[in-house]
Design a protein around this ligand. Structure first.
Ligand SMILES: Cc1cc2nc3c(=O)[nH]c(=O)nc-3n(C[C@H](O)[C@H](O)[C@H](O)COP(=O)(O)OP(=O)(O)OC[C@H]3O[C@@H](n4cnc5c(N)ncnc54)[C@H](O)[C@@H]3O)c2cc1C
Length: 168
């Protein structure tokens, strides 16, 4: 039986980036990623709106499971902020959390996301308008890959890893 130094369960963003970092920082380690869903190119939901109009409860849901994880066919919005979406900053501090998110952004950009836009809502005028209306503007930068580029980035990450990391 083949043995590995590290086994990662799940090839969602968490698993993919864990494998990416392990390969980069400890290339001598053997790594396996075990994913219960299908490879990216085989992820197809059978709902076609004609023959199949609603969920038939496939044993492995191609929308939620498979290489790329739950958001593989999403709009691909990567929020760079501590103000919503998670609590990483509680573990590593606000500064390092932002640096890590920006680091992930550079990986996405290097792997096919360069043509996408990075938005920022650092607009004192809008923040003021919000306050005047009893609202609070949450500051964030957002990398909007979009569904098509998100898919390309996932393809490229798989291609960058597949000769170094075993995917099952
Ligand atoms: C429709 C949709 C749109 C989204 N859009 C965005 C967005 O634009 N921006 C954003 O930031 N977030 C978005 N999200 C949320 C984002 O997708 C998740 O936060 C992210 O996927 C979580 O990553 P993860 O690796 O922790 O888990 P997941 O992506 O859920 O990956 C876990 C993987 O593990 C596999 N797995 C689970 N159990 C096992 C097991 N026992 N054995 C083997 N494999 C297993 C699953 O099949 C899955 O592929 C969206 C989510 C959805 C559903």
């Amino acid at each position: 039986m083949e043995k590995f130094n590290v086994a990662i369960v799940g090839a969602g963003p968490g698993g993919i980036f864990a494998a990416y970092e392990l390969h980069k920082l400890a290339p001598s380690l053997s790594v396996v990623v075990i994913e219960k869903g299908k490879p990216l190119e085989k992820r197809k939901c059978p709902i076609d709106g004609v023959k199949i109009r609603s969920c038939i409860n496939c044993p492995s849901c191609s929308i939620m499971n498979g290489f790329g994880g739950a958001g593989a066919f999403s709009d691909g919005k990567y929020n760079i902020t501590n103000e919503f979406g998670g609590d990483l900053y509680q573990y590593v501090g606000a500064k390092q959390a932002i640096e890590l998110m920006e680091y992930v952004d550079t990986i996405n950009v290097e792997n096919g996301g360069a043509a996408s836009r990075l938005f920022a809502n650092d607009r004192p005028d809008i923040a003021k308008l919000c306050l005047q209306n009893d609202l609070h503007l949450l500051k964030a930068k957002v990398r909007h890959l979009g569904t098509d580029i998100n898919y390309v980035v996932l393809e490229n990450l798989f291609n960058a890893l597949k000769d170094h990391v075993k995917f099952i």
